[in-house]
Design a protein around this ligand. Structure first.
Ligand code: FAD
Ligand code: DHB
Length: 388
C-alpha cells in the first residue's frame, strides 16, 4: 500500500517512541515502524537508570504517572575498591539532583500505551530507505511504500538507517573493550538501598535493582563467554567476592531467572544527518553501560530533533535542522567521555599495562578523597544540563 506521512520513524526504542510523542504533541504526523513485536519490546531487559531531566521530561509529557508510583529514587551511589566502601551523596554534590531507577522496558510500556495505536506498526519486515537526498524520502517495507518529508533513523546500532548513508561520507569513531557484562535478574529483596559499583582484582561488578522483589546484578566477564559456563553458583561466588568488603554488609542471594551477556563498545557516527535522514540514539552512538548514559543520550537527541522539526513545520526554517548534529554531538561526546572514564576506571583490563592499572587505582583514590572530583562524577551521572 502507498501512503504519506510527515515524519517516518524507524524503530520503537526509547528514541523512536519519545520522538513520536514529542511530534504528536506538536501536531506533526508521525508513524513508527518497528520490526519486533510489542511483546518482544516490552519484555527486553536493558537499561535501568534515568537522569533527572529525562524523568522531568516524561512527567511533563504526562508519561510519568506509573514511574512516580513504582520507580526508585536514589540519592547517590556507592563505590567499592580495595575492600573499602565510599558513598557519593548526589543531592549534596549537585544542588539537590538525584537519579531514578526505572527499567527501560517499563518506560517503553508507558510510551507505547500513551500513543494512538495507529502511530506504531509492529512486526514490520524488510525496511529500506530511499531518495534520502530528495524532498520526499521513502521508506519501503515488505508491505508498504511510505513517502515522508523526513525520516528519523531510531533503529539502534544494527538497524538499516545508518547503513543507508554512503560509506564514503560516514565519519565514525570507535573503541571496543575486551570485556563484557553478564547480567542477571534474581528474585530477592534489595541488598542495599542504592547502586554499588565495585572494582575488584577479579573484575568489575554492579549491584542494581528493579523492584522490592527483583534485583539486577552484573559481573564483568569475557564477552565471548558461553552462558553455559556461568552456573548460578559461579555467578554468586563472583558477586560475593567482588561486592563484599571488610565491613559487615552481605549480598542476599535469590533464584536467578534471567541471564544475558553484553559486549561493550564506544562508537560515534558524527554523520547524524544525510539529506532528509536524521539518526538518533544508538543508531548514531553507543556507550558502554557503566555510567548509564545510553537511553538518556537517545532521549536528548530526539528532544533536539523534535524542536528542529517543529521549527521546520512552523515556517520552513532550517537553522535548527542544520544545527541538529553539532548540538547533539556536543552532549554525546561528553557522554562518551564519562562512560569511557567510568568503564576504564572500574574494570580490570588484562591487556592494559600495569602502569595504566595503577593510574585507575589512583583515579579512584583521588575521587574518594576529593570533593571536586566527586562533584564532577555526580554532575555527569545525574545528567548534564540540556542545551535546549
Ligand atoms: P534501541 O533501544 O536499540 O531501539 C531500536 C529499535 O529499532 C529496536 O526496537 C529495534 O527492534 C528496532 N529496529 C532495528 N532494526 C530495525 C528494522 N530493520 N526495522 C524496524 N525496526 C528496527 N542506558 C541508560 O541510559 N541507562 C542505563 O542504566 C543503561 N543500562 C544498560 C544496560 C545494558 C545491559 C544495556 C545493554 C544497555 C544499557 N543502556 C543504558 C543503554 C540503552 O539500553 C540504549 O542506549 C537504548 O536502548 C537506546 O535506545 P534507542 O531507541 O536508540 O535504540
Ligand atoms: C543499570 C545499568 C547500568 O549500566 C548502570 O550503570 C547502572 C544500572 C541497570 O540495569 O540497573
Amino acid at each position: 500500500m502507498k501512503r504519506k506521512v510527515q515524519v517516518g520513524i524507524i524503530g520503537a526504542g526509547p528514541a523512536g517512541l519519545l520522538l513520536a510523542h514529542l511530534l504528536h504533541r506538536a501536531g506533526i504526523e508521525a508513524l513508527v515502524l518497528e520490526s519486533r513485536t510489542r511483546d518482544q519490546i516490552e519484555g527486553t531487559i536493558r537499561a535501568g537508570v534515568l537522569e533527572q531531566w529525562t524523568v522531568d521530561l516524561l512527567i511533563s509529557l504526562g508519561l510519568g504517572e506509573r514511574l512516580k508510583r513504582e520507580a526508585h529514587f536514589h540519592d547517590g551511589i556507592t563505590l567499592r575498591f580495595n575492600r573499602g566502601s565510599h558513598h557519593l551523596d548526589f543531592p549534596e554534590l549537585t544542588n539537590g539532583k538525584r537519579v531514578t531507577v526505572y527499567a527501560q522496558h517499563e518506560v517503553l510500556k508507558d510510551l507505547i500505551a500513551a500513543l494512538p495505536a495507529d502511530m506504531i506498526q509492529f512486526g514490520v519486515r524488510d525496511v529500506s530507505l530511499h531518495r534520502l537526498g530528495s524532498e520526499s524520502p521513502l521508506i519501503r517495507t515488505a508491505e508498504d511504500e511510505i513517502e515522508c518529508d523526513f525520516i528519523a533513523g531510531c533503529d539502534g546500532f544494527h538497524g538499516p538507517s545508518r547503513q543507508a548513508i554512503p560509506k564514503n561520507v560516514l565519519k565514525t569513531y570507535e573503541t571496543v573493550y575486551p570485556f563484557g557484562w553478564l547480567g542477571i535478574l534474581t528474585e530477592a529483596p534489595p541488598s542495599h538501598h542504592e547502586l554499588i559499583y565495585a572494582r575488584h582484582e577479579r573484575g568489575f561488578s554492579l549491584l542494581s535493582t528493579r523492584s522490592p522483589t527483583v534485583q539486577r546484578l552484573y559481573v564483568q566477564c569475557n564477552p565471548k563467554d558461553d552462558l553455559k559456563d556461568w552456573s548460578d553458583d559461579r555467578i554468586w561466588s563472583e558477586l560475593h567476592q567482588r561486592l563484599e568488603t571488610d565491613e559487615d554488609w552481605k549480598l542476599t542471594e535469590g533464584k536467578i531467572f534471567q541471564k544475558n551477556i553484553v559486549s561493550m563498545r564506544s562508537f560515534v557516527c558524527e554523520t547524524m544527518r544525510w539529506g532528509r535522514l536524521f539518526l538518533a540514539g544508538d543508531a548514531a552512538h553507543i556507550v558502554p553501560p557503566t555510567g548509564a548514559k545510553g537511553l538518556n543520550l537517545a532521549a536528548a537527541d530526539v528532544v533536539v530533533l523534535a524542536k528542529a522539526l517543529t521549527e521546520w513545520y512552523r515556517d520552513h526554517g532550517t537553522d535548527l535542522l542544520d544545527l541538529y548534529a553539532p548540538t547533539c554531538l556536543a552532549r554525546i561526546w561528553k557522554g562518551e567521555r564519562f562512560s569511557w572514564y567510568m568503564t576504564t576506571m572500574l574494570h580490570k583490563n588484562e591487556s592494559e599495562e600495569d602502569f595504566v592499572q595503577r593510574i585507575h587505582m589512583a583515579d579512584l583514590d583521588y575521587l574518594v578523597g576529593s570533593h571536586a572530583a566527586q562533584q564532577a562524577l555526580a554532575e555527569n551521572y545525574v545528567g548534564l544540563p540540556m542545551a535546549v
